[in-house]
Design a protein around this ligand. Structure first.
Ligand code: GMT
Length: 383
């Protein structure tokens, strides 16, 4: 089948999931067309069956805000017509599900019914989507999607609590390509930790929802008891404040801000612990990636993290903001090599439950179902 994929092309989890899923579908022989404003960071457009269509938003001085949704809908219509796309899969509801609805209506006028699958990822529901400025449009476009999926049970429940949803929401958890983390990547620990320090890692787009000050605070408590280095990977609005916080606490030399990097596997390979302190987190893909690299996770108990990180098995969870408990749990693992090794193994075993081979076929089944129901109801829908 020919699948049109709409996503954010950046380092964020929804873009990563969309890209990895598209790549896997292409490997299965489907034709996958990415429709975004720039090439997704993890996408290799030279792979067979992968295509990329750039959405161009033309500047016009009259507009304070350029109408991205319009350009996106138009590009979807154009791609469906020129490439013969069978199905559109949009990741992150805002504004993708809404733009897909417009594309669908335009195509209907031309006698084409294009099924739309919408995957809800996180703040499209838990933060941004709930905002009264967007809520009616988000509700409408969720209800107009042919199939709606959510990346965790927690996100599904959150959606049902906050929106009047008539559609069934199917939970398809995020997945990880375990083979990527088993390759013998050289763990160049000594470059980062020349004196045998423990390596603690955090990766995010450093928005306030990630509670970045908590990460610095936890690390401050850890390094008081144990020689350690903190790797801060990613970039975002909270980074500068975090750098200042580390300076104020006198630990700046131990905190390495590495910015945006694609060397995640190499960095996880040398990590002893992963910290995730979010106020809301629908799944926590990055925690799953850490677990696939055998790194135990110390996290908050927000949203869907509880469906990934198992307390006392793959890491520990604590109440959002309880930095003291999270620091104590971190030290418990860092100072007990046997327990640490046990948690490392458990984390990897747990990650296997979210392996790509288990989860990707669920999306394929969703696509087939959306297509077959369309074939059945096509005549009526076109009227
Ligand atoms: O929703 C967001 O904040 C952005 C989104 C992204 O694109 O990074 O992240 C969400 O989707 C990921 C992939 O499904 C999940 O692993 C993240 O938990 C989720 N982020 C939040 O809920 C904060």
């Amino acid at each position: 089948m020919k699948i049109g994929v709409v996503c954010y092309p950046t380092f964020g989890g929804s873009g990563v999931v969309a890209t990895e899923l598209g790549i896997q579908m292409a490997k299965k022989g489907h034709e996958v067309h990415f429709i975004t404003y720039s090439q997704p960071v993890r996408l290799d457009i030279f792979e067979p069956n992968i295509y990329y269509h750039e959405v161009n938003v033309h500047d016009y001085p009259l507009f304070e805000y350029q109408p991205y949704e319009l350009a996106l809908s138009s590009k979807m219509v154009d791609t469906v017509l020129t490439e013969g796309i069978d199905i559109l899969h949009v990741h992150y509801a805002i504004p993708h599900a809404y733009a897909a609805y417009m594309a669908k209506k335009i195509l209907l006028e031309k006698g084409i019914y294009i099924p739309v699958v919408t995957t809800l990822h996180g703040t499209d529901i838990t933060l941004v989507g709930k905002n009264p400025s967007y809520k009616p449009a988000v509700t409408f476009s969720i209800n107009k999607s042919d199939i709606v999926t959510s990346v965790s049970q927690s996100l599904k429940e959150n959606t049902l609590r906050s929106f009047v949803v008539k559609n069934k929401i199917e939970v398809i958890p995020n997945f990880v390509d375990l083979s990527l983390y088993q390759k013998d990547v050289p763990c160049q620990r000594s470059q980062i930790a020349p004196n045998g320090e423990k390596i603690v890692t955090h990766i995010s787009n450093m928005r306030s929802v990630k509670r970045i000050p908590d990460i610095i605070d936890i690390f401050y408590r850890i390094q008081n008891e144990e020689e350690a280095i903190l790797l801060m990977i990613g970039d975002g609005p909270e980074r500068e404040k975090a750098e200042q916080q580390a300076k104020d606490l006198g630990i700046y030399s131990k905190v390495k801000f590495l910015g945006k990097t694609t060397e995640i596997k190499k960095l996880l390979c040398m990590s002893d612990l992963f910290l995730l302190t979010s106020a809301t987190e629908s799944f926590g893909l990055v925690a799953l990636e850490a677990m696939a690299a055998k790194v135990p996770v110390i996290s908050s108990n927000a949203g869907g993290i509880r469906e990934v990180n198992v307390h006392g098995v793959t890491g520990y969870l604590a109440t959002i903001g309880d930095v003291e408990t999270m620091a104590n749990y971190s030290l418990k693992l860092l100072q007990n090599p046997e327990l640490h090794q046990e948690f490392r193994n458990n984390a990897y075993e747990r990650a296997k439950e979210f392996s790509m081979d288990t989860i990707v076929p669920k999306y394929e089944e969703v696509y087939n179902r959306a297509l077959s129901s369309i074939q059945e109801g096509k005549e009526n829908r076109l009227k």
